[in-house]
Design a protein around this ligand. Structure first.
Ligand code: KIV
Length: 277
């Protein structure tokens, strides 16, 4: 399993860090079985892709704990990061530590992630001091969607880019072992990656980061209508799942399924036939 210090070692060696999100036991098992992924993030994106909300804001700590526990059961040998949801850490460093502690104790995650730079530095420091590794997250931080006026790219102006650089430095100085850079220009993310010692994990932040993370349903092409510029779909799940469901339905309707090979009889067919003659 890649440990929190292992993330930093990988960066030092110039090895890319590959992450995906997962939210349940079955997908976590597949991620682990692939042997190709370094760590799983149980993102609060579950509010959108699992619960169907328009943002991550309604997600609660109990929701995240529930999904983290399922993922950890599916991928016990992988580094699993639990995302701290909106209002589980913003009130005070003490609230942040309490929430992070619940996540670790009740779900078994290996580290936690929270959004914000300068404004979250005290919370990060408090959690790390208690022995829980923290991943930071700056740039397009989805919990600030209402402040940004939508899920909009950040860091395009000089002032905004400067603030994001300051945020990233604050996260590192507070003791985080890695940081997500989301929705910022590729050149800014290259400058931040150069300036930091800890690894940067990008999503919509170009190729210069120390690693990448994608929402697993996005990379598998689960939603035909979701096609942001940063996303590459490695599968067309949406079409393949619908095709499979149509085939299943047509075989049930026609009587082709279930066949004898999917059924159990009290007697073998030959004995049954012999009884009748
Ligand atoms: O919630 C999430 O899935 C995330 C990643 C997209 C970085 O925060």
């Amino acid at each position: 399993m890649l440990s929190a210090p292992g993330f930093v070692k990988k960066r030092k060696k110039g090895e890319k860090i590959v992450m995906v999100t997962a939210y349940d036991y079955s997908f976590a098992r597949l991620v682990m079985a692939s042997g190709a992924i370094d760590a799983i993030l149980v993102g609060d994106s579950l509010g959108m892709v699992i619960q169907g909300h328009a943002s991550t804001l309604p997600v609660t700590l109990d929701h995240v704990i529930y999904h983290c526990a399922a993922v950890k059961r599916g991928a016990p040998d992988m580094h699993v990061i639990g995302d701290m949801p909106f209002m589980s850490y913003q009130l005070s460093p003490q609230q942040a530590l309490q929430s992070a502690g619940r996540l670790v104790k009740e779900s078994g995650v290996d580290s936690v992630k929270l959004e914000g730079g300068v404004r979250s530095a005290d919370a990060i420091e408090r959690i790390v001091t208690a022995g829980i590794p923290v991943m930071g997250h700056v740039g397009l931080t989805p919990q600030s969607v209402n402040l940004f006026g939508g899920h909009r790219m950040q860091g395009k102006s000089d002032a905004s880019a400067r603030r994001i650089m300051e945020d990233a430095m604050a996260v590192q100085e507070a003791g985080a072992f890695a940081i997500v850079l989301e929705g910022i220009p590729a050149d800014l993310s290259a400058r931040i990656t150069d300036a930091l010692r800890i690894p940067t994990i990008g999503i919509g932040a170009g190729p210069a980061t120390s690693g990448q993370v994608l929402v697993i349903y996005d990379l598998l092409g689960m939603d035909d209508g979701f096609n942001p510029k940063f996303l590459k779909k490695y599968e067309n799940f949406s079409m393949r799942v619908q095709d499979a469901l149509r085939q299943y339905s047509s075989e049930v309707v026609s009587g082709a399924f279930p066949g004898r090979e999917h059924s159990v009889y009290t007697k073998p067919k030959e004995a049954d036939d012999a009884d009748r003659t």
